[in-house]
Design a binder for this molecule. Structure first.
Ligand code: ADP
Ligand code: MG
Length: 302
């Protein structure tokens, strides 16, 4: 059986191009560019909690990095470096090869370098930390939405929840297993969006985080929400794992945002508006009657 060190060297030790020092020493050395802030975020995926036992290794490699890239997108940061902490029940090289292929395929697309990590035996879990750069003062916060701002959402909602409910729906299953992080959109929203978040726990809950952090309320028109084909209202409003971006912007930015949508070939739907805090979050149906909203995903809810 290969040793821990051989496995790391074989699957995870890639030459560092933009890091001062990558895998192989006691720590990586990174040099952010002048005038940049470092954005750092960690996401953990646990077997039986975030993915089924026996989940495809390549897809897991993709998703473990994608969920972290999505956090960079939501901050308006350009992803640069990542570390990977893996607990593996066994040194299964078929699994490692698949995982590494999924991980590095996505990393390569976004110019992210794996610069370190940790490998240990244990119940299967994957923890990625990502580091990105954003020009000083230009990061997108959850706070910043003001009454009168438009609320926008990228792509479609509810596909991942549909994929979980109906694994036979191949398009929906792909949304769940291989989400596409909206990295380019996030970077282009610097200076345009007043607040942003990515949809990991469900549209209503994640918009709720913007409202809470910004001290505002919102009215959303359900018929304007970009439903994934076949997704029901609960999946659209409260399904998690879509990794789209919700953002707010002044009404004066509409034309710019519509032009950006055309340029990126990514649907951006204007779905509602920010209100004073007293309104809370209201979602209106086609008759403009308030809909009840199921809470999104909460790991500690009973
Ligand atoms: P230490 O014992 O000093 O923490 P390790 O033996 O755990 O070092 O790791 C050796 C090198 O391999 C370090 O540079 C570490 O960052 C890297 N490394 C370990 N596991 C991984 C992994 N899964 N992915 C990428 N790099 C890893
Ligand atoms: Mg170590």
């Amino acid at each position: 059986m290969p040793s821990e060190f051989e496995l790391i060297r074989k699957y995870f030790d890639k030459p560092a191009r933009s890091a001062v020092l990558g895998v192989g020493d006691d720590a990586a050395l990174l040099q952010p560019a002048a005038g940049m802030e470092l954005a750092v975020s960690t996401d953990m995926l646990i077997e039986g909690r975030h993915f089924r036992a026996g989940a495809d290794a390549r897809k897991l490699g993709h998703k473990s990095l994608a969920v972290n890239l999505s956090d960079m997108a939501a901050m308006g940061a350009a992803p640069r470096w990542a570390t990977l902490a893996l607990a593996l029940p066994a040194a299964d090289e078929v699994w490692l090869d698949g995982f590494a292929r999924g991980f590095f395929a996505l990393a390569g697309r976004f110019g992210v370098e794996l610069v370190g990590g940790d490998t240990t035996r244990g119940p299967l879990s994957v923890c990625v930390t990502i580091l990105g750069e954003v020009p000083e003062g230009l990061a997108l916060y959850r706070a910043g939405a003001l009454p009168g701002d438009d609320i926008w959402v990228s792509g479609t909602l509810g596909g991942a929840a549909l994929g979980l409910a109906q694994p036979g729906d191949a398009a929906a299953a792909q949304r769940l297993d291989e989400p596409e992080p909206r990295v380019e959109l996030g970077e282009r929203l610097r200076g345009i969006a007043s607040a942003a978040i990515d949809v990991s726990d469900g549209f209503a809950q994640d918009l709720g985080h913007i409202l809470e952090r910004s001290g505002v309320g919102a009215v959303v028109e359900y018929p304007r929400l970009p439903a994934f084909p076949g997704a029901d209202a609960r999946q659209v409003l409260s399904g998690g794992d879509d990794y789209e971006l919700i953002f707010t912007a002044r009404q004066a930015r509409r034309a710019e945002i519509e032009a950006l949508s055309r340029e990126l070939k990514l649907a951006l739907a204007r779905v509602g508006s920010i209100q004073k805090a007293a309104s809370g979050l209201q979602v209106l149906d086609a008759e403009r009657k308030a809909m009840s909203i199921a809470r999104g995903f909460d790991h500690f809810a009973t």
